[in-house]
Write a protein that binds this ligand. Structure first.
Ligand SMILES: Nc1ncnc2c1ncn2[C@@H]1O[C@H](COP(=O)(O)OP(=O)(O)OP(=O)(O)O)[C@@H](O)[C@H]1O
Ligand SMILES: [Mg+2]
Length: 295
């Protein structure tokens, strides 16, 4: 089974749905609400397991009730949480997420307090096929990408702002979100920024851009893979599912181009289902979807 080490954030999301996002200092009544696990690396880890892989999560939690709930959610999804560091007295991270009827969302995140991560615990994770890191814990992410380099396996960076330049150097594949690329190379044409970053750092680069799809470097030029045309109702975690699926696909030995297609299908299907990462599809569903779409 393909095994991916995911390093970065694990949070709890308190989600609320409305017709329109709240924009005044008033009391609002949500149409529905939920409490779901979130965080970039944690969502990606869940996606990897649902898509048929094995995911080891490197994340930091407190020993508080929020941390307990986060861990229970990850265990229920069969994510390997043996490398999660729980710090006594620390406070875990959580977010409030407002989602409107178009699936757009507004997120407020509390980063947590007193959290730390034991990176040495990653060294003895055996049989890894890929490493995926987000930008939340730059030192731990750097350690993970260097581990990937030492083992000769793909090291994928989910390039959400702010992106530590050391991580771009250490990765083999950098998949920016649009805001991540714009913050990293301000006032640049995205295609030029992708090409230049690829050349300067010797990495494969791409930019995901929601319903506008993915632009990526291929043999010195930029190719575009359109997003699959779906009825998107909840885009929460779509990027995380994309990155988890992409890292898994590379770990399985797919080319980057095939991995973009696979990841785009997994993320598009997630957008059609409610509940943040709870809407992540399984492998059979993605395979069937790709067969039907022929894109
Ligand atoms: N509305 C949508 N319809 C179809 N596919 C989508 C849609 N939104 C996102 N996707 C797919 O998911 C990929 C990642 O989405 P996006 O670029 O929004 O990630 P992001 O900016 O990292 O956001 P986040 O991590 O907060 O979900 C897109 O490139 C696309 O393939
Ligand atoms: Mg993202």
């Amino acid at each position: 089974m393909t095994r991916v080490l995911c390093i970065g954030s694990a949070v709890l999301d308190f989600t609320f749905t409305f017709d329109q996002l709240p924009d005044r200092a008033e009391k609002y009544v949500a149409q529905s609400a939920d409490i779901v696990g979130g965080g970039i690396a944690a969502n990606a880890a869940v996606a990897i397991v649902r898509l048929g892989g094995n995911a080891v999560l490197g994340a930091r939690l407190g020993d508080d009730p929020v941390g307990e709930t986060i861990l229970a959610g990850l265990r229920a999804e069969n994510v390997d949480v043996s490398r999660v560091t729980r710090t006594p007295g620390a406070r875990s991270s959580y977010s409030s997420v407002y989602i409107n009827s178009e699936g757009e969302r507004q997120i407020t995140n509390f980063r947590g307090e007193g959290l730390r991560l034991d990176v040495d615990a990653f060294e003895d994770v055996e049989d890894l096929d890929a490493v995926l890191v987000d930008t939340r814990l730059p030192d731990a992410a750097l350690f993970g990408l260097q581990l990937a380099q030492r083992r000769g396996i793909p090291g994928v960076l989910d390039g959400e702002a702010p992106v530590d330049p050391r991580l771009i150097d250490a990765a083999s594949h950098v998949a920016f979100s649009r805001p991540g690329l714009e913050a990293t190379m301000p006032d640049r044409d995205p295609d030029d920024a992708l090409r230049e970053t690829a050349e300067r750092h010797g990495v494969w680069t791409c930019m995901t851009n929601g319903a506008l799809g993915t632009r990526y470097t291929h043999e010195g030029s930029i190719l575009h893979f359109p997003a699959f045309d779906v009825n998107a109702t909840d885009t929460l975690g779509a990027g995380d599912v994309w990155h988890g699926a992409f890292a898994l696909a590379l770990g399985e030995g797919m080319t980057a181009t095939d991995a973009v297609r696979f990841a785009s299908a997994a993320a598009a299907l997630k957008c059609t289902r409610p509940g943040g990462r709870a809407g992540t599809p399984d492998r059979a569903t993605v395979t069937q979807f790709l067969k039907e779409k022929q894109q």
